[in-house]
Ligand binder design. Structure first.
Ligand code: DC
Length: 222
């Protein structure tokens, strides 16, 4: 039987680290939907399209093919056939992804791709609208949060580990801006699904969060 776990939450709440670990424990496939929006954002950025240029975004949308493959258990995002994993993690691409993800044509394309992936295998999928829109029937829905300061610190360390240097104060401002855009957009805004369980990770270690979610999953028969 195909089953799914949906993990939503704001930037830097720890979604990908937690989702990867849960997927490994459960033997499910981890799907990072933010990476797909980042690939879309990268394409428009490279083509000089502004994130609010609806006309150009919609004119060009059929030129873009985003797909997902797995190599040694790692998700590889292909943008028109090119592996763009090493290009999509910068704050610039994150902001661009947040901008273009407000467009309904972009969302429609990505949601359809994500739903197809979840039809083929059991997934742990993370994003902003997984429990509300992409997988409304997911057996387990988690809404992951943490304070802005802790999320900034985590993003800063994550970028540093990847050799990407950035200003912490600016990163904090960008996270606040991105939260605002992601929660106030008209199309599928970031919000907790009515049947999601909120887990605040501010004071918790990765192991503690994973343990809590595995307990929730078990209580739901998963
Ligand atoms: O999770 P992330 O930081 O990689 O996501 C980048 C942006 O993509 C995020 O700011 C909003 C958008 N996004 C979305 O709209 N819906 C999703 N399911 C995942 C990401």
């Amino acid at each position: 039987m195909i089953r799914s776990i949906a993990i939503d939450g704001p930037a830097g709440a720890g979604k990908s680290t937690i989702a990867k670990s849960i997927a490994k424990t459960k033997g499910f496939v981890y799907v990072d939907t933010g990476a797909m929006y980042r690939a879309m954002g990268l394409y428009y950025m490279n083509n000089g399209v502004a994130p609010d240029d609806t006309k150009k975004i919609e004119e060009m949308i059929d030129e873009i093919d985003v797909s997902i493959v797995y190599e040694n258990g790692e998700q590889i995002v292909l943008l028109n056939g090119e592996n763009v994993n090493s290009k999509i993690r910068t704050p610039e691409v994150g902001n661009m992804a947040s901008g273009v993800s407000t467009n309904s044509a972009v969302r429609k394309k990505m949601v359809s791709l994500q739903q197809q992936l979840a039809k083929k295998r059991s997934v742990v999928m993370d994003g902003r609208d997984i429990g509300t829109v992409v997988l409304p029937d997911a057996m387990v829905k988690i809404f992951l949060t943490a304070s802005v300061d802790v999320r900034t610190e985590r993003r800063f360390e994550e970028l540093k580990a990847k050799g990407i240097d950035c200003d912490k104060a600016k990163l904090r401002e960008e996270i606040i801006e991105r939260d605002y855009r992601d929660t106030h957009r008209e199309n599928s805004p970031l919000k907790k699904a009515d049947d999601a369980v909120e887990v605040d990770t501010t004071e918790l270690t990765v192991e503690e969060v994973v343990g809590e979610i595995l307990d929730i999953a078990e209580s739901k028969g998963l």
